[in-house]
Design a protein around this ligand. Structure first.
Ligand code: SF4
Length: 381
């Protein structure tokens, strides 16, 4: 039997395992309001590229020692963190990234990686497979390199082919739009290539240096809509329902509560907890002493940057809390009713099941029995 057959089998088995662990993550997030859902952690601030719009890298710093990174991962696990993402800088510049991925997986936490893709080789992909990486995301800014960005399809295409041939983890490619991008139509070419290679595609919009997003101009907006409408529609895909971004690209603010510092943590190379990559310095408390009171206080704190914030992973976390606290309103926002209806139609069955099982958080009778059984099956304490 061919190697491709075994690879497909392995991918299938790992995808089923991921789905189970994701369901567990959602159930755990719905069950407890102060557990960090996602932590972004920086193993090295240095980057091998110098994109003109980026304020998240330097050219000199050394990787954080592996023992120190391990201590930070252990602390995140103690706090009950459900998913950990490596970003940078360029995280693949850390020579022992795979050891760190393995450590995360030992706690059964979801392990993800955001990379510019330049340092991927067949050997590195094999090591990431072995370590148990769950997700990898690459953003591609243009088709050919220019003085703004070298994250270009022409350069990265060979890396994408390697991933398509060898990766056992889930790969997402983000095509990027925004004021710094010279050729917005490049995003369409990138999205087409992503579909050809069988990866999941998303469309992202660049934010400015404070995490705020400038509205797209009409031609960019047409491209944004075209990419969104041409993608495979999956109810598991947050960006399909991403009202946050849909409002922002039209210049409209969002009314939401940012729970950064509580449900979402950004851990810099010095081991301090910040709200996010764009609001570093708040609260800037060492992770080693970050405690339940900090999670609770920062979760509740009002952030004045929220209305035009474009940090998508914090929106996703907030959407889960929205579902937890105001299930009816949240569902009608994610699955709006058609004209003339009072309730959303055709709610996907897994969503209906999920909400029936886990909402409200203090169920009675039959629902309580089912909820307890579901939490036991998923291994949620
Ligand atoms: S609203 Fe939250 S995630 Fe967005 S920029 Fe402000 S602190 Fe960061």
């Amino acid at each position: 039997m061919s190697g491709t057959f075994f690879l497909r089998l392995k991918r299938k088995a790992r995808a089923i395992n991921r789905r189970h662990r994701e369901a567990r993550m959602v159930a755990a997030a719905l069950k407890s309001p102060y557990r960090p859902i996602l932590a972004q952690i920086i193993p090295v601030r240095r980057c091998n590229l110098s994109c003109a719009y980026c304020n998240e890298y330097d050219k000199t710093s050394e990787p954080v020692p592996v023992e120190e990174m391990a201590r930070r991962i252990d602390r995140l696990a103690e706090l009950g963190t459900l998913a950990i993402t490596f970003s940078g800088g360029e995280p693949l510049l850390h020579p022992e990234l795979e050891t760190l991925v393995e450590r995360i997986r030992r706690y059964n936490i979801i392990a993800t990686l955001i990379t510019n893709g330049y340092l991927l080789t067949a050997e590195r992909i094999k090591r990431l497979n072995r370590a148990g990486l769950d997700y990898l995301q690459i953003s591609i800014d243009n088709v050919t390199p220019d003085d703004v960005s070298k994250k270009s399809l022409k350069v990265l295409d060979q890396k994408l082919r390697l991933l398509a041939e060898r990766a056992e983890f889930d790969v997402t490619i983000n095509s990027v739009l925004g004021s710094s991008i010279r050729q917005p139509e490049d995003a369409l070419t990138i999205a087409r290539r992503v579909r050809e290679l069988g990866f999941k595609g998303t469309v992202g919009v660049l934010h400015d240096h404070s995490g705020q997003l400038q509205p797209l101009k009409p031609p960019q907006r047409r491209i944004y809509d075209e990419i969104l409408n041409s993608r495979r529609k999956s109810f598991f895909s947050f960006d399909y329902y991403n009202q946050f971004q849909k409002n922002l690209v039209r210049g409209l603010p969002n009314q939401w509560h940012c729970r950064a510092g509580g449900r979402y943590l950004y851990i810099c190379e010095d081991g301090l907890v910040h709200y996010c990559s764009q609001q570093r310095g708040h609260p800037a408390i060492p992770l080693a002493s970050y405690a339940r009171e900090d999670l609770e206080r920062e979760s509740k704190a009002v952030k004045s940057c929220a209305p035009y914030c474009s940090i998508s992973c914090v929106h996703q976390v907030a959407a889960l809390d929205d579902l937890r606290e105001n299930p009816r309103e949240a569902l009608s926002r994610f699955f709006p009713a058609q004209e003339g209806q009072i309730a959303p139609a055709n709610l996907p069955r897994p969503i209906r099941l999920l909400t029936w099982f886990f909402l409200p958080s203090k169920p009675h009778g039959k629902r309580r029995v089912f909820q307890n059984a579901a939490l036991r099956i998923l291994g949620v304490k």
